[in-house]
Ligand binder design. Structure first.
Ligand SMILES: O=C(O)c1ccccc1N[C@@H]1O[C@H](COP(=O)(O)O)[C@@H](O)[C@H]1O
Length: 214
């Protein structure tokens, strides 16, 4: 049923985004630890925000090719429930992070064409979840959060042995169609619910959750 669809609202930057995301109906909230991103949080702010997230909502920490010391520093202070690896981490690194840090790991995989699809099977063998995102353009500063989508028909009716989430250029206007075409049961959005880069919009978050579950 569409009403079961789980929504991740990623890249929250203000304390007030937490109650707004709860009101909207988020199941997951995402905190970005990547200095180049307009959604980057310092560890102190992220810790403060994470502590205000109600029980039962999954707090996801997004990193990009982070080394062990960086992950340790984040996890020492921020009570996260899941790590999202959004860089070029190899399957071996995904398995290593999962074993070392004891949290579920979601690996983002960028898709542009059919040739990218085998990577989804590969990462589904080592990650706890996979995040099926659009492949960033070669000259992009960010490996995600660019508001770009991919041809959803590429993954229509494909399934993996772990839960997966659809991401990339989703908005309140297109998420229902994306869910219909792909059969996704989980969706993730960042820039599509903002009024400016890094500024979340409560009305757009609510409209997104409603449209995803319509
Ligand atoms: O949001 C960011 O700034 C970001 C930075 C670095 C890597 C990933 C990032 N965001 C993730 O990208 C996808 C898609 O975002 P969008 O909805 O197209 O803006 C999503 O998984 C975000 O978690």
């Amino acid at each position: 049923m569409a009403s079961d669809i789980r929504v991740k609202l990623c890249g929250l930057t203000e304390s007030s985004d937490i109650p707004a995301a709860m009101l909207a109906g988020a199941n997951y909230v995402g905190f970005v630890f990547f200095p180049k991103s307009p959604r980057n949080l310092d560890i102190h702010d992220a810790a403060f925000m994470a502590r205000s997230v109600p029980e039962g909502i999954c707090k996801v920490g997004l990193t990009v090719n982070a080394d062990d010391a960086t992950l340790e520093a984040i996890l020492d202070k921020v009570p996260l429930d899941m790590l999202q690896l959004h860089g070029t981490e190899t399957p071996m690194r995904v398995a290593e992070v999962s074993a070392k840090f004891g949290l579920p790991v979601m690996k983002a995989v960028g898709i542009a064409d059919e040739g990218d699809l085998p990577k989804l099977d590969e990462y589904a063998r080592v990650a706890d979840q996979i995040l099926v995102d659009a492949k960033p353009p070669k000259d992009a500063d960010l490996p995600g959060g660019n508001g770009l989508s991919f041809d959803w028909r590429l993954i229509a009716n494909r399934r993996w042995p772990v839960p997966w989430m659809l991401a990339g250029g989703l908005t309140p206007d297109n998420v229902a169609e994306a869910v219909r075409l792909t059969g996704a049961r989980q969706v993730d959005v960042s820039s599509g619910v903002e009024s400016a880069p890094g500024v979340k919009d409560g009305d757009k978050m609510t409209a997104f959750c409603r449209a995803a579950r319509a």
